[in-house]
Design a protein around this ligand. Sequence first.
Ligand code: NAD
Length: 543
Amino acid sequence: MSDLTADAVATEHSGAGNPAAPGGGRTVAAAVPPSLVARLAAGVTATGEPDLVETAAPLTGERLASLPQSTPADVEVAFQLARRAQAAWAALPVRRRAAVLLRFHDLLLRRQDEVLDLIQAETGKARLHAFEEVLAVAMAARHYGRAAHGYLKDKRRGGALPVLTHAVEARRPKGVIGHISPWNYPLELSIGDALPAFVAGNAVVNKPDTQTALTALWARELLVEAGLPADLWQVVIGDGPVIGPAVVEHADYVSFTGSTRTGRDVAQRAAARLVGASLELGGKNAMLVLADADLDAAAAGAVRACFSSAGQLCISIERLLVHRSVADEFLERFAARTRALRLGGGLAYGADMGSLVSVRQLETTTRHVDEAVKAGATVVAGGRARPDLGPFFFEPTILDGVTPDMAVCAEETFGPVVSLYRFDTDEEAVAAANSTPYGLNSSVWTRDLRRGRTVAARLRTGTVNVNEAYAAAYGSVGSPMGGMGDSGLGRRHGAEGILRFTEAQTIATQRLLPIAPSFGLDDKQFAAVMTGGLRALKALRFK
Ligand code: NAD
């Protein structure tokens, strides 16, 4: 490995604006030594003499890990092992399974520095943004650790005939969940969705993105330390278009997070097998700044909304809709905060924004900005790649004067680029926010909370944050999170986030009388008695 530290690269920068952040002085190589890589790589389900795949650290471009690749045959093995382990796991009481999540919660908080290093090494994001993943996963572990019993317990339901029919709705695990996750939030998106699947009694075969497989493997190791039977969580690694379909091919249910394009393919394959799928996909999220908003708070919120994880966040904001009367003042404050952001890649707290993950993300970001500028948009802040800081750094960028013919207007950039648009009425702002096929997240800023919630109700997105960027809704783990329209199907978090991993089963027990002519009633008399009974049940407001 190179002995170049991420910090050394960052601190070489001496230009104006976007100052480099101080770093922690540790190299990626020191934080992720070959012994750690080898230990984690042993958790991949790959038999025989597997082909190896190399990953690199986005912060510096240096070699990071060499990992065994699974074949489609290995995926089959993974499902067999998982299926075998699942039966015994499902037989445990829910509280025993939930206790594993609660122990995991404590271990994660205690050992967070280990995984913060891994996340930073694999994604290049700033440590604060890596910590958001620890926060999100701890919240999900606590929530499902405490609430799973209530979600999963048998529920008494009204029977066909009062008193005579006893009906119970029970929840059974689906079996083995095929779980495909992307690189952008590697801890949250590999384990966050797996936790409710496990506590509901399932096994999981996870295909993380190869770039961020170490983080997923670390999470698996920690969950096993917390008490999860090791075979219950299989990790397979390989080319998405090869290994992804193999996972869908064997799964009893599919949980997918990634792009809308891949999500459509996954949905079709799952549908052909008649297995369910939840799909957490892309977005082109809008933030509305109403005329009465606290502009300082909104400007600070916009920085979080647009530049967390360098904009590689499905719920981040790429469209800022600002009331014309305050647009110039807001833009001035937002731009000042944006220009002051410290870019850097040290494996320590201090930087406000890190690197993009790959050349692919850098190319899309650069293309969206360059094309927009060529077509007449104005760069208010940022606008350039920063190879002086690391191979994939790009400045946090604000564009003004963007028009609908520009790609940046409607396509997901998934980078640190936001465009500002002006509006005159709430009506216009709502229409503009809803003018995209996506529907993932949005944000409304106003001093009038009631008005904020009224506007929120008119936005066609799965989550809306009032006076916050995204963390208020995402962190409310008892409430569902997910996308409308092209942003997906199904929800994570809350009841929906766990019940999707179960099959509903109704067990109805009939007592004393059959639901059929009896006691000497002929068919016609039975029909008359039942007709009277139905009228009485409605009159008694029976549900
Ligand atoms: P992607 O669709 O390219 O890849 C996601 C995962 O799918 C990876 O593990 C990949 O290897 C795998 N994959 C690739 N081809 C596959 C196939 N044919 N069948 C099955 N699996 C396949 O997405 P990406 O570019 O890595 O991730 C970024 C995208 O994810 C963005 O669009 C972002 O908005 C979205 N995302 C959404 C959420 C959410 O909760 N809605 C969260 C994070 C990211």
